[in-house]
Design a binder for this molecule. Structure first.
Ligand SMILES: *Cc1c(COP(=O)(O)O)cnc(C)c1O
Length: 391
């Protein structure tokens, strides 16, 4: 089975992890700061705070942004549930704005219609690895005094008008889950240029305590103060050693992801009924996901039939995402449902995610292309049952 995404670990990575495991400090140690500095420098951001997951990073960013009881945070529904859940962790209220029909990225026009006097922040999700249209989002945030948070979990290494994701918003969140661009097993990071935010986030990941263990050791004191509620969102030193080792390979992996996407683009461009998502000319895409849209009017097969047929053919396609506001929890808690974000809801019915990951072979790419093309264009219905007959 070819999965939709997977990690790539080599001997260097394993050696880096083992070296830390054989040392004295296996959790908060020198590798955490080294990984933070490494990613901040690569992206051109001032500060970085590493935590235990992308979800923890989102929560930490919400805390830094000062989200509290009743504050509204505008975000798109085409994202992983964690983006919205993080707002709730801080007692805020997620408010769903619709997406652009061609890119499925947060629509600045729709954001504008969702702003109230309780709005505190906007979360721009760089869906699939394409940066949102940041200029209008920054303008709206500035005009209304809102914090702009980027959920860049799909977009490590992506660029908007020559500037990297990680420098485009007040706070940017990344995940190092194994399907993402680089992995630490579980892990995440928040990037910012604001030192006050960084200070608050370092405290938040460590129980709300002002000085961390190593700083107390250096200063020769037992004294510490807990000044706000925080969590244990620390990431281990051996995970960060893995992150440092993975980061060295990121530029090559981004090239490989772009090359695979280029092959898909070339093939699917000419197939009626199969349409890749739009990519704006002012971006450099990071292709965490490669998403196609199916046109039911032109195809013999619908999305769920194609999904099953591709799985039977050993191709682990996926669907990203069920719009968050359609999940039972959100419907029950906030009364959301169909009609709230019609563009996102319509797009959801037609999208399917094809495999893209750097260690995918050219043969795997060809297999995906051939199977997708054959199944979507020549599959026929017999006795009401879709099947791939006699070709
Ligand atoms: C992966 C992901 C997250 C969560 O990251 P974890 O590391 O799995 O907690 C959040 N938002 C988006 C868009 C993601 O893709």
């Amino acid at each position: 089975m070819i999965p939709y995404g997977r990690q790539w670990l080599d001997e260097d990575d394993l050696a880096a992890v083992e070296a830390v495991l054989r040392s004295d400090l296996i959790t908060t140690g020198p590798k955490v700061a080294e990984f933070e500095r490494g990613l901040a420098d690569y992206l051109g951001a001032g500060e970085a705070v590493a935590v235990s997951s992308g979800t923890a990073a989102l929560h930490t960013a919400m805390y830094a942004a000062g989200i509290g009881q009743g504050d509204e945070v505008i975000l798109p529904p085409i994202t992983f549930v964690a983006t919205a859940n993080a707002v709730l962790f801080q007692g805020g209220r997620p408010v769903f704005a619709d997406v652009d029909p061609d890119t499925l990225l947060l629509s600045p026009e729709s954001v504008q219609t969702r702003i109230t006097d309780r709005t505190k922040a906007i979360v721009a999700v760089d869906y699939a690895g394409q940066p949102c249209d940041y200029d209008p989002l920054v303008e709206i945030a500035g005009r209304h005094g809102l914090i702009l948070i980027a959920d860049g979990c799909h977009a490590l290494g992506a660029e908007y008008k020559g500037r990297k994701v990680g420098t485009l918003a007040d706070l940017t969140v990344f995940s190092f889950h194994p399907v993402k661009h680089i992995t630490t097993g579980e892990g995440g990071m928040v990037l910012t240029d604001n030192p006050d935010f960084a200070e608050r986030m370092r405290r938040f990941r460590n129980h709300g305590i002002t000085a961390d263990y190593s700083r107390r050791g250096r200063q020769g004191t037992w004294f510490y103060e807990m000044v706000d509620i925080g969590y244990n969102y620390r990431i281990t030193d051996f995970q960060c050693a893995l992150g440092i080792s993975q980061l060295r390979k990121l530029p090559g992996w981004l090239e490989r992801r772009r090359a695979i996407a280029g092959c898909y683009d070339d093939h699917f461009r000419d197939i009626p009924g199969v349409e890749p998502l739009g990519v704006r000319p002012d971006v450099l895409h990071a292709y965490h996901l490669y998403v196609i849209r199916l046109d039911p009017e032109l195809l013999q097969i619908d999305r769920s039939e194609l999904f099953s047929a591709l799985h039977q053919a050993g191709i682990g396609v996926n669907v990203h995402y069920i719009p968050v506001h359609l999940h039972p929890f959100y419907r029950q808690r906030f009364g959301t449902g169909p009609g709230l974000c019609p563009v996102a809801e319509a797009a959801y019915e037609r999208i399917i995610t094809l495999p893209v990951f750097p260690c995918m072979s050219d043969m795997d790419v060809q297999d995906v292309i051939i199977a997708t093309e054959r199944l979507s264009t020549t599959m026929v219905r017999i006795d009401g049952k879709a099947g791939f007959y006699g070709v």
